[in-house]
Design a protein around this ligand. Structure first.
Ligand SMILES: Nc1ncnc2c1ncn2[C@@H]1O[C@H](COP(=O)(O)OP(=O)(O)OP(=O)(O)O)[C@@H](O)[C@H]1O
Ligand SMILES: [Mg+2]
Length: 792
C-alpha cells in the first residue's frame, strides 16, 4: 500500500481514537454493536503491556496507547483520562466538542504533538496510581516478560513484515497459537477496540484470521514461544492488538474506508445543526415547570392566544382536539392538524396539532410544546426533541414536569437560546386515601376514575361495577378512536346523568381535564409485552394527577388503590422526586436514512433500520428511539415490490397495531395496491348495528383502526393514490358512533382467552380480583386490611 494512504489512515486512526476517547460518556453508537464505543472501551491498563515499576510511567505509557500510541505520535491527554472517580465529566464534555473538531480533514498531527507537551503528573491521582499498582501485581510473569521484551509494537510489526523466514513450530505451539487467535477473534474487548480503526464487528473475525495467517507465517520462534507461555488470555490479546492494528491499516484499506463511510453516513451527532433556520433565530424558551394540575398548559395557552399566530403541539389527538375546541370557543380561530385529520378554520392563524405533525418550516410568534418530558419516551421521544430544536418561533413554551429541566437547560445553552423558567406548584395537594376500596369495587363512588392497565380489565371492572352498584361507567382506553374517547369523557364530565364513574387505561394520563374526584388504581402492574411489571412512578403520578382539577366539580383530588397491599407503592410513587432525564430521543429523517441506504445498496428496509441502529453515532445526551413496530411492518412489506425507499418509509410509519392481523392485512393491501399505481380503496363492509359482545366490539375497534390508517396514509401520499378520503371519513365517523353506542349498552361478560380459543363459555364466575405483584404489608400504614371481598 502506498505510504501516503497509510499515513492518512494512521492519522484518521489517531484522530478517531482521540475522538472516541475524548467523547467518552458523551457519544454513543447505536443500539448494539457500536454502542460500546461510548463506554470507556479503552480500558485502564490492566495488563502487562503497560506494566512498569514506576506507576507514573505506566500511566504515561497508557496515555500514549490511548491517545495515538503505536508510533503515531502523542496526542493530548485529558485530565478526565486519569480521573478514575469520574469527577471530570464536565471537562470531558467540553473536550468533546474539540474532539469532534479534530475529526476533520485538516487534522494536524504536528501541531498536536506540540500541543501535547508533557503529561501533567499532578493530574495522576492516587487512586489511579494504586489501581495500576494492583494490576501490575496481578499480571502474569510470562505476560510481563513478553511486554518487557517487545515494547514497541510498530517495530515488531515491521520485523514481521520484513521477515522472510518461516519459523518451524511444533504442533503443540501451533495448537496454542490457534487457541490464542481464536480467543482473540472472540474477544469483545478486541472487537470494540477495532471499531476505532473502522474494523466493523462482522469483519473483525476475518481480520483476526488473516492476521493469524500473517503472524504464523512470519513470526520468529522466540516471539511465538514467549506468546505461547502467556497462552489464550486477555494479556495475549492486549499484547497482539497494537500489532494487529498495524496489520489492518496496511491490509484492509478498502474495508476500512467502506466501513468508515457507512458509519459517517449514520451520524446523528449535533442534531441542533439540522435546523439552521431555528439556529439563526434568537428564540426565547419558556419552561413551564411543575407537577400535574398546576396551570402549566393554561398559562402557556394564554401566551399562545395572545400571539398574532401560534402553534400548540399536543401529545395526544384528544388533547389537540380539546385545545382546538377551547381556543375556538374563546373566539380565536384555530385549525386542527393531526395525522388523520386536517380541519382548516378560515382566517385561522393558530394551529393545534399533535407533536408528530410539527412543521419546522412555518414561522410562529408563539409555539407551545406540551408534556415536554416525553422527549425521553423510548419510542416517540424524537418528535418532542425535534420540536424543541427545530421550531421556528420567537417564543417556544415548554410545559412539563421537572425531569427534563436540566437537559433542557443544557440544550438551550448549547444552541444559544434564552431560557426562562417558570416554576409551578399544584393548585391543591393530592391526598392519598389510606382506606382504599378494601378490595371491593362496590365501594366506588360518584366521580371515581378506576384505572386499569389492560383492555380486558377495563371491561371486567365496568361490568362488575354496573352489575353490583347503581353507577354507570364511561370507558377510555387507547384503542378507542379519539372521537369516542371524547364522547365518553363528555358523558362523564356532564352533570345530571347516571354515568358518574370512569374506567380508564393510562390513555387518560396526559394533560386531560376531567371531572375526577378520586383516582382508584385497580392494580399497579402493567404488562410490558413480556411480563407484568410495576407501573413506573412518573406514570403513576401523571395518572393520579387527573384527580381534583382546578375549575372542575372536584377541585380537591384524592388517589387510592383497590387493594390495601398496593397502597405503599402508590405512596412511594407519589412521594418520589422526579428522576432526572439524562438522554432524549432522536430518530433519523428520511433524508438521513436515504443517504445511509446509498452506502449499503440492496439491503432490505427492515435490515436497513437495524443496520442504521448499529452504526449510528449519537451525542451523549441523545438515544436512538426504538423502532420495533416499524421493523415488523417493514418485514411484512418486504414482499411488496415496486415501492421506493420513501414509499416504504411512509408505509412503515403508518399508525398500525402490529398485533392486529386485520389491520396488518389491510396495510399490506394498501401498499400493494399503491405499488401497482392503482387508487387505494378500503375493501371493508360496514356493520349495521352496535356490538353485542366483546368480539364484535373488538371488530369495530379494528375497523376503525384500518380507516384511521387510510386517512393517515392519505396525508402522506398524493390524492390520486388515496382518493376515497371523504368516504372513509364518513365510515370512520359511523364506526366511532357505533363504538360509542356499544360502550353505552355493553353488559356482556368478558370471555377468557381460553374460552375465546375454545369457543366455549365457563360458568358465570363473577368478578375476580387481580393479583398484585406489589405485595406490601398493610401494617406499615397502621391500617388493618379487611378480608378481601369479591363481588359475586
Ligand atoms: N389561572 C387560571 N385560571 C383559571 N383556571 C385555571 C388557571 N390555571 C389553570 N386553570 C385550570 O386548571 C386546570 C389545570 O390546569 P392545566 O391543565 O394548565 O394544568 P397542567 O399543569 O398543565 O396539568 P398537567 O400536567 O396535568 O397537564 C385546567 O382546567 C385549567 O383550565
Ligand atoms: Mg398540561
Amino acid at each position: 500500500m502506498a505510504r501516503g494512504v497509510a499515513g492518512v489512515l494512521r492519522r484518521a486512526y489517531t484522530s478517531r481514537v482521540r475522538f472516541l476517547l475524548s467523547t467518552r460518556n458523551l457519544h454513543s453508537f447505536g443500539e448494539t454493536g457500536c454502542r460500546s464505543l461510548a463506554n470507556p472501551q479503552f480500558d485502564e491498563p490492566t495488563t502487562s503491556r503497560f506494566a512498569s515499576d514506576n506507576p507514573i510511567r505506566a500511566q504515561r505509557q497508557w496515555n500514549d496507547y490511548r491517545f495515538g500510541g503505536f508510533g503515531f505520535g502523542k496526542v493530548r491527554s485529558f485530565s478526565s483520562t486519569v480521573d478514575t472517580n469520574g469527577e471530570n465529566d464536565e471537562k470531558a464534555e467540553s473536550d468533546c466538542e474539540e474532539g469532534l473538531g479534530s475529526e476533520s480533514e485538516d487534522y494536524d498531527e504536528e501541531s498536536m504533538v506540540n500541543e501535547l507537551g508533557e503529561v501533567d503528573e499532578s493530574l495522576i491521582n492516587d487512586s489511579a496510581v494504586s489501581e495500576i499498582g494492583e494490576n501490575v501485581t496481578e499480571s502474569s510473569e510470562a505476560a510481563r516478560a513478553l511486554n518487557a521484551r517487545y515494547q514497541d509494537p510498530v517495530e515488531l510489526y515491521r520485523e514481521l513484515r520484513q521477515s522472510e523466514v518461516r519459523a518451524k513450530l511444533q504442533s503443540s505451539e501451533l495448537d496454542t497459537l490457534s487457541e490464542i487467535f481464536s480467543y482473540f477473534a472472540q474477544s469483545s474487548w478486541g472487537a470494540n477496540q477495532a471499531l476505532a480503526i473502522y474494523i466493523g464487528r462482522s469483519f473483525f473475525p476475518t481480520a483476526v484470521s488473516k492476521f493469524r495467517d500473517f503472524f504464523v507465517s512470519k513470526c520468529k520462534i522466540e516471539v511465538v514461544q514467549d506468546l505461547v507461555r502467556v497462552g489464550a488470555t486477555d494479556e495475549a490479546v492486549k499484547f497482539l492488538f497494537p500489532v494487529f492494528v498495524e496489520f489492518c491499516i496496511e491490509e484492509f484499506t478498502d474495508e476500512i474506508k467502506r466501513f468508515k463511510s457507512v458509519v459517517d453516513s449514520a451520524d446523528l451527532t449535533k442534531p441542533a445543526t439540522w435546523f439552521p433556520f431555528a439556529r439563526a433565530m434568537k428564540r426565547k424558551i419558556v419552561y413551564h415547570c411543575g407537577p400535574t394540575n398546576s396551570g402549566k398548559t393554561y398559562n402557556a395557552l394564554q401566551r399562545f392566544m395572545e400571539a398574532k399566530n401560534g402553534l400548540y403541539c399536543s401529545p395526544l389527538r384528544l388533547l389537540a382536539m380539546e385545545v382546538f375546541d377551547k381556543v375556538n370557543a374563546l373566539g380565536i380561530y384555530c385549525s386542527l392538524l393531526t395525522g388523520q385529520e386536517k380541519k382548516h378554520v378560515p382566517f385561522a392563524n393558530h394551529v393545534s396539532c399533535t407533536v408528530e405533525m410539527v412543521s419546522t418550516d412555518e414561522l410562529y410568534e408563539v409555539a407551545v410544546v406540551d408534556e415536554i418530558q416525553m422527549m425521553a419516551d423510548p419510542s416517540r421521544g424524537h418528535a418532542w426533541t425535534k420540536a424543541l430544536l427545530g421550531l421556528k418561533a420567537d417564543e417556544v413554551h415548554l410545559c412539563g414536569d421537572p425531569s427534563v429541566l436540566e437537559i433542557v437547560r443544557k440544550m438551550c445553552a448549547d444552541i444559544g437560546d434564552e431560557l426562562v423558567e417558570e416554576h409551578y406548584e399544584r393548585f391543591k395537594p393530592l391526598v392519598v386515601e389510606g382506606k382504599t376500596l378494601l378490595g371491593d369495587l362496590k365501594n366506588v363512588k360518584s366521580g371515581d376514575c378506576v384505572v386499569a392497565f389492560s383492555r380486558r380489565e377495563i371491561f371486567e371492572v365496568k361490568m362488575a361495577i354496573e352489575k353490583h352498584t347503581k353507577h354507570r361507567c364511561c370507558v377510555i382506553y387507547g384503542a378507542l378512536p379519539p372521537e369516542t374517547r371524547r364522547h365518553q369523557a363528555n358523558l362523564f364530565n356532564e352533570e345530571g346523568n347516571e354515568y358518574d364513574v370512569l374506567v380508564a387505561s393510562d390513555a387518560v394520563g396526559m394533560g386531560l381535564n376531567l371531572n375526577i374526584r378520586r383516582v382508584v388504581f385497580y392494580s399497579l402492574n402493567k404488562y410490558n409485552g413480556d411480563k407484568n411489571v410495576p407501573v413506573p412512578a412518573s406514570q403513576v403520578k401523571q395518572i393520579a394527577g387527573r384527580a381534583g382539577r382546578r375549575g372542575s366539580r372536584y377541585p380537591d383530588g384524592l388517589a387510592t388503590t383497590l387493594h390495601l397491599e398496593d397502597l405503599t407503592y402508590l405512596i412511594e410513587c407519589l412521594q418520589q422526586p422526579f428522576d432526572e432525564v439524562k438522554k432524549v430521543g432522536l430518530f433519523p429523517f428520511f433524508e438521513q436514512l436515504e443517504l445511509f441506504a446509498a452506502k449499503v445498496p440492496d439491503m432490505a428496509f427492515s435490515k436497513l433500520l437495524d443496520h442504521f441502529g448499529k452504526h449510528c453515532r449519537l451525542d451523549g445526551s441523545y438515544f436512538l428511539c426504538r423502532h420495533d413496530h416499524v421493523k415488523k411492518v417493514a418485514n411484512m412489506l418486504e414482499k411488496v415490490e415496486g415501492l421506493s425507499l420513501e414509499d416504504r418509509f411512509n408505509f412503515c410509519f403508518a399508525p398500525v397495531n402490529v398485533r392486529n392481523p386485520k389491520a396488518m392485512y389491510h396495510l399490506y393491501r394498501f401498499a400493494s395496491t399503491y405499488s401497482q399505481d392503482m387508487p387505494v380503496n378500503v375493501a371493508m363492509g360496514m356493520p349495521k348495528s352496535s356490538a353485542r359482545n366483546d368480539t364484535e366490539l373488538l371488530d369495530l375497534e379494528s375497523r376503525h383502526q384500518v380507516l384511521s390508517m387510510y386517512l393517515w396514509l392519505s396525508n402522506q401520499f398524493e390524492e390520486k393514490n388515496f382518493p376515497f378520503v371523504e368516504k372513509v371519513e364518513a365510515m370512520a365517523t359511523n364506526i366511532a358512533e357505533l363504538l360509542g353506542e356499544s360502550l353505552t349498552k355493553a353488559n356482556w361478560k368478558m370471555e377468557t382467552k381460553e374460552e375465546i380459543l375454545k369457543g366455549q363459555k365457563k360458568e358465570d364466575r363473577g368478578y375476580d380480583r387481580p393479583t398484585s405483584i406489589i405485595k406490601r404489608k398493610a401494617e406499615n400504614f397502621g391500617v388493618k386490611e379487611s378480608p378481601k371481598k369479591v363481588v359475586s
